[in-house]
Design a protein around this ligand. Structure first.
Ligand code: AKG
Length: 292
């Protein structure tokens, strides 16, 4: 499969032709008005936002036992530029924890305007996204998010490339049987780093169909819920990811939660009531957003 690139797509076209059919797509013009696209570089971030504190943790540090570190953005940029190995990758830094001034460099995405995570007052507590909707990722040649995964609870993700480029590897949900799904964490593969593994240990991987491409500066990638993805960088890369719940992943997501609730021992009545509420709320939001 070759990833399609489109320019100047309206929200309605994006939704009906792309999001609703659950296919990844790259939109070329979605962030052209973001001030960050004109302003940001590693040097700019260090100079203007260098004092801001971020929690740094290499992707999937859990498995190495590595501790979270609190760094300033300046310290992080210096570590990245010093050539330290393994190359650090600032990942999943919640924008809401950064200053209003920094956040004002990031605009909105018209194609994500019906993100139902923004309607948190209507969502049951358990379905809100504690992790925050938008996150900053900063790396350089050698950095990467090598753990193949799909996003928690079938959320979609829009990844906007502000500076440099980033290589992506995607697999469709249909390839799940060949991707060595983790026995406990169903959203992750047991292959710890897809950028560095022994193919002889994972022979079934050959049966899956990789989708490889490079996201270029100024482009926005849409990764639908349930699509496996991993990244690596060959140059400086600054991007912002926005998690999204929309009409197209609504049912899949609430059914997934219902399954978790059953596993956690919730009473069948509670689970049925939850499903009824989510079904009704979905219909209501469909009408409000005029998506059907
Ligand atoms: O941009 C990256 O390196 C990884 C992003 C990602 O996996 C995500 O936002 O789900």
């Amino acid at each position: 499969m070759i990833i399609q690139r489109v320019t100047d797509v309206t929200e309605k076209e994006f939704r009906t032709r792309h999001a609703n059919v659950n296919k990844p797509i790259i939109v070329r013009s979605a962030i052209r008005d973001w001030p960050a696209l004109q302003k940001w570089s590693l040097e700019y971030i260090a100079e203007h936002y260098g004092h801001e504190k971020v929690i740094f943790r290499q992707p999937y540090a859990d498995s190495t036992g590595e501790e979270d570190r609190e760094w300033t953005l300046r310290e992080f940029v210096e570590a990245l530029q010093s050539g330290e190995e393994p190359r650090p990758y600032l990942n999943q830094v919640k924008l809401r924890d950064l200053s209003e001034r920094l956040r004002s460099d990031i605009g909105t995405l018209e194609i994500a305007k019906n993100n139902r995570l923004n309607r948190s007052r209507l969502l049951p507590e358990s379905m809100k996204l504690d992790a925050g909707k938008k996150a900053l990722f900063v790396g350089d040649r050698g950095s990467g998010f090598g753990m193949l995964h799909w996003d928690y609870s079938y959320l979609h993700v829009y990844i906007s490339q502000i500076r440099g480029s980033k290589e992506f590897l995607l697999f469709s949900p249909e390839d799940t049987p060949h991707l060595y799904q983790h026995p406990i964490h169903e959203g992750a593969s047991s292959i710890k780093d897809i950028n560095n593994y022994n193919p002889a240990d994972y022979p079934d991987l050959k049966k899956a169909t990789p989708v490889r491409f490079t996201l270029q500066e100024g482009e926005t990638l849409f990764v639908p819920g349930g699509w496996w993805h991993a990244t690596k960088m060959n140059e400086c890369s600054i991007s912002v990811a926005e998690s999204a719940l929309t009409h197209s992943n609504w049912t899949q997501r609430y059914r997934w939660f219902a399954k978790q609730f059953r596993k956690q021992g919730y009473s069948p009545t509670k689970v049925v009531l939850f499903r009824l509420y989510m079904f009704g709320l979905g219909r209501f939001l469909d009408t409000l957003e005029k998506v059907t």
